[in-house]
Write a protein that binds this ligand. Structure first.
Ligand code: PMP
Length: 442
């Protein structure tokens, strides 16, 4: 069952306002007055942050919080190389893509080979400011080239906040309408299903839904999936999407790999999440970690798919691909490569996984530990059933100990751990020892 009425996992519940210190209550009231009712805060005692450095956030009193949640800063908060690159470019020129500039071309040239397959061979890059815009653009192109408009996504996917992307983001809750042209398939749940048949079963579901779309006159334009299925509960069995990609192709649709969460070395093993599945997508969308906090996002695409769109219409995005965005993206990419960040992800990811598995062996409230690299899920259960209350308590108790994680999944019972990629051994030790203390008190 999905989280009811658009309720966000780990959102602050205003019913507990009276238990908070007066200063926090005032800040929350001010926020509500100025920003209105649609925004959500994390934690029952929301954190007031004033600065960040590396893997730490700091509040106004100078207390540090271990950040095991923010994947938008793969190099850690305020990485000096990105700060310097952005500052220098902002002082030089910040303008759009209708002039010839080297920065955007240099960046496309340095990123394209990383995709491998058809994109590396002859693909293109197009730039946006957010992951939502990237997915929106991917779908606009997919609909144009296929002449169809059906979309298949996973059961609890999140792909963005625009009207179109929200229409295939079921995790927004049952009050946020899905498109009538949208069909869902179950995510490859390795905890409840047999990992050996997950891919085949998912491919069969895709074939069935594609047929349904055809019967309704929509046809399949594209299948889209986050390669780590983060809002579905974090599932990381490799190769699962391979038979799915074949089913999508057989139905005449495009395969869109949403790498907003899983891209840029997050999984450790591979630079892109889809590469763990051995597939060659038609379109890859990316965002979040791309500029280490600066808003930059985009798509990589094979030439056959964009040719018609480029001929028949055009693309412009005032801020997408601007000089400062490209400077941030280039500095982020260069630093990931120069500082061996991907190796760190593999090493610390293995250490954290091992530590969490050893906790799972001692605490029966943990049903499963899974994930890849530094994207880990810990499924909380009670008598074999999902235990959202335990997950919520752990997240909030960790926050009280100044360690920041969150929870995810259709039952809100999977701890979501996805720190900056420069998480150190000492950070991992702190996260594990605080988690153990919280589990003991559960
Ligand atoms: N796709 C996925 C998988 C995401 O997790 C998100 C953001 N949480 C988006 C797309 C949308 O990105 P943005 O918030 O930058 O629009």
């Amino acid at each position: 069952m999905s989280t009811p009425r658009g309720k966000m996992v780990n959102a602050f519940n205003p019913d507990s306002l009276s238990s908070l210190p007066p200063a926090t209550r005032d800040a929350i009231a001010r926020r509500a007055r100025l920003l209105g009712p649609a925004y959500r805060l994390f934690y029952q005692d929301p954190v007031q942050v004033s600065r960040g450095q590396g893997t730490k956030l700091y509040d106004r009193d100078g207390n540090d919080y271990l950040d095991a949640y923010n994947n938008v800063v793969p190099l850690g908060h305020c990485h000096p190389r990105v700060v310097e690159a952005v500052t220098r470019q902002m002082q030089t020129l910040c303008t759009h893509t209708r002039y010839i500039q080297d920065g955007i071309l240099d960046y496309a040239e340095s990123l394209l080979p990383s995709f491998g397959g058809r994109i590396a061979a002859a693909g293109h890059m197009m730039f946006t400011c957010t992951g939502s815009e990237a997915n929106d653009l991917a779908m606009r192109i997919a609909k144009h080239v296929t002449g169809r408009h059906g979309i298949i996504c996973t059961a609890e996917a999140y792909h963005g906040n625009s009207d179109l992307t929200a229409s295939f983001s079921p995790s927004l809750g049952d009050q946020s309408p899905l498109g009538t042209w949208v069909r869902r398939v179950p995510a490859p749940d390795s905890y409840h299903g047999d990992p050996a048949t997950l891919g085949q079963r998912m491919a069969e579901a895709v074939t069935e839904r594609a047929w349904e779309l055809r019967r309704h006159g929509d046809g399949l334009a594209a299948f889209i999936a986050d390669s780590l299925f983060s809002s579905d509960g974090i599932f990381a069995t490799p190769e699962v999407l391979k038979p799915v990609a074949e089913a999508v192709r057989a139905a005449g649709g495009l395969f869109v790999a949403d790498e907003v969460q899983s891209g840029f070395a997050r999984s450790g093993e591979r630079f892109w999440g889809f590469q763990r599945h051995g597939i060659d997508p038609d379109i890859v969308t990316m965002g979040k970690p791309m500029g280490n906090g600066y808003p930059v996002a985009g798509i990589a695409i094979i030439p056959e798919v964009i040719a018609e769109f480029g001929r028949d219409t055009r693309y412009f995005n005032t801020f997408g691909g601007n000089g400062v965005a490209m400077a941030a993206a280039q500095a982020t990419l260069d630093t990931i490569r120069d500082e061996g960040v991907q190796d760190n992800v593999t090493r610390i990811g293995a250490l954290l996984t091992e530590g969490l598995r050893s906790l799972a062996a001692r605490f029966e409230a943990i049903g499963d530990v899974r994930g890849a690299g530094l994207y880990l899920g810990v499924e909380m259960i009670r008598d074999g059933a999902p235990d959202a209350a335990a997950a919520g308590r752990i997240v909030n108790d960790l926050r009280a100990r100044r360690v920041l994680i969150s929870a995810t999944g259709p039952n809100a019972n999977v701890l979501k751990i996805r720190p900056p990629l420069v998480f150190s051994e000492a950070d991992a030790d702190r996260l594990l020892s605080e988690t153990e203390a919280v589990l003991r008190a559960l």
